[in-house]
Write a protein that binds this ligand. Structure first.
Ligand code: ACM
Ligand code: ZN
Length: 493
């Protein structure tokens, strides 16, 4: 009798367990686990959402085994990502959502994309579109590059000439910067974001669980600021907002205390606008030629007992870091901030390949990997460059972006300092947003895959198929311009 009761219970149990079937849905990025069961439900758009603090903040579970899908998230962000995944599935199945149990969480807490709004100014609607695209790829940090040699793009009330003078250049280089003979277009290029507009962007991003990290460049890439306030340079100017692309010798003077006071004044307003933890202070490509000749810079070196001008760069970075730390913020800077010494609380953004990031992580600094080798999406996407608009150079196809291993050659202790990855879109040669989309898509999907999927990226062809099935229809529905090189037969690489 007992024996039959057990058999009966076992058979009931089996009968109640939905049968697992082969997975028919695609998701980008690939979730940690997807289990598909027999059956499906017509999706009405209604979902049940639940918070479960036991899950990681951005972790979610999506359960579509009942008519109304249930999304459980560790926070509102987790629930948001569950909805993005459900949207991808509903879209590709025409709303007939199969019975699924999906569990997912990101590999990295920092999943960034940078837009350079200085080399070319992008209207607010384009900035919002960039944020929309990020959200569709489950990224969460918008790095907004706001100051440059070619234009200062953020209103600072204490220093109005930064925008009245510094946001406008007289002309723009025609062709590649190597093509000297092509000269300049003679057309004024300008634009800036008011503080209200910046706040609008912060709010727009926050609705999509994206934090904005503003970048205020120092000490280099400062020509626009110097054009506005020449007393901040070593020579006193005059200076111009630059029409060409490249690296320029006139940078903020490291010897004048008024420069530090100026930067603090700018950052006071920046911190009032942007509530996020990080402020990006740039730090890249700052030639020290002027500092070598400048009596103020040399006097500062003597005062501080420095032997090299590189230490002056550290002096600026460390002074500004202390100022921002006192306001409860953290700095992040390009990997040059390592030169001359940097405090351990600074986060290093590795752009000259991954080596700066590895060195920084070994020193105990937190790192965001944004290597030009894999994530500079202004680079060309094919070897032949056929069918591509004029670009800065390089060769970075979808396969290459997908192949990035953020932990290559790192031991476990050092690995813990890699906080995330980021794509950078510099815009010297990208003057309109269609072109920006062409450069981002679908490479941003590869970045997203690396940012979320800790399981290793071993099947590039399957990844391309998922992108084709899930994201390409989304791109088309949204009217985005995307590069189709990876989807051609044969693919163009
Ligand atoms: C950089 O690309 N100069 C950070
Ligand atoms: Zn100086």
């Amino acid at each position: 009798m007992k024996f039959y009761a057990i058999l009966l219970a076992a058979s009931m149990f089996v009968a109640c367990t939905p049968k697992e079937t082969e997975c028919t849905v695609a998701v980008v990025p690939q979730p940690v686990s997807v289990t598909q069961y027999e059956g499906s439900h017509k999706y009405s758009g209604a979902v049940v959402t639940r918070l479960d603090k036991k899950l990681g903040e951005e972790e979610y579970v999506l359960d579509t085994r009942r008519a109304r899908p249930v999304i459980t998230g560790g926070s509102a962000a987790g629930i948001y990502y569950g909805k993005v995944t459900l949207g991808q599935i509903a879209e590709q199945t025409g709303g007939e959502v199969p019975c699924l149990l999906i569990k997912d969480k990101p590999q990295f807490a920092y999943r960034g994309a940078m837009l350079d709004c200085c080399r070319h100014f992008f209207p607010l609607e384009d900035v919002k579109k960039f944020i929309d695209i990020m959200a569709e790829h489950k990224l969460n940090v918008f790095h907004w590059h706001l100051t440059e040699d070619q234009g200062w793009r953020i209103e600072i009330k204490k220093y109005p000439k930064l925008t009245s003078v510094g946001s406008v250049r007289k002309c723009t280089k025609v062709g590649h910067h190597r093509d000297v003979e092509l000269g300049f277009d003679g057309i004024e290029h300008g634009g800036f974001y008011t503080q209200d507009e910046c706040r609008e962007i912060v709010a727009y991003a926050a609705e999509r669980h994206i934090t904005v990290v503003p970048e205020i460049e120092m000490p280099g890439h400062a020509s626009a600021a110097l054009a506005a306030y020449p007393e901040l340079g070593c020579t006193g100017g005059p200076y111009e907002v630059i029409c060409n692309w490249g690296i320029y010798p006139d940078i903020f003077c490291a010897g004048k205390d008024t420069v530090i006071r100026f930067l603090e004044g700018v950052l006071d307003e920046v911190c009032d606008i942007f509530p996020g933890e990080y402020i990006h202070i740039g730090g890249d490509e700052a030639p020290r030629d002027r500092w070598k000749e400048c009596p103020d810079c040399q006097a500062k070196m003597k005062e501080l007992g420095y032997e090299s001008e590189a230490q002056l760069q550290s002096y600026i970075v460390n002074t500004i870091e202390a100022y921002l730390n006192a306001k409860g913020r953290k700095i992040i800077g390009w990997d040059e901030i390592l030169e001359g010494g940097v405090s351990q609380s600074a986060t290093v953004m590795s752009w000259r390949g991954a080596k700066g990031g590895k060195a920084a992580a070994a020193l105990g600094n937190d790192v965001v990997m944004a290597p030009n080798s894999h994530f500079y999406f202004d680079y060309y996407q094919t070897a032949s460059r056929e069918g591509e608009p004029l670009g800065i150079g390089g060769h970075l196809n979808l396969r290459k972006a997908y192949s990035f291993d953020p932990f290559e050659d790192l031991d476990d202790e050092v690995k813990a300092h890699i906080k995330g990855i980021q794509a950078n879109l510099w815009t010297e040669y990208i003057a309109d947003f269609d072109n920006a989309e062409f450069h981002l898509l679908p490479r941003l999907a590869a970045l997203s895959e690396v940012a979320w999927n800790a399981g290793g990226r071993t099947d590039y062809d399957a990844f391309v198929e998922r992108v084709r099935k899930v994201l390409v229809p989304e791109y088309e529905a949204a009217g985005y311009t995307y590069a189709d090189f990876a989807f051609r037969n044969p693919p163009v690489e």
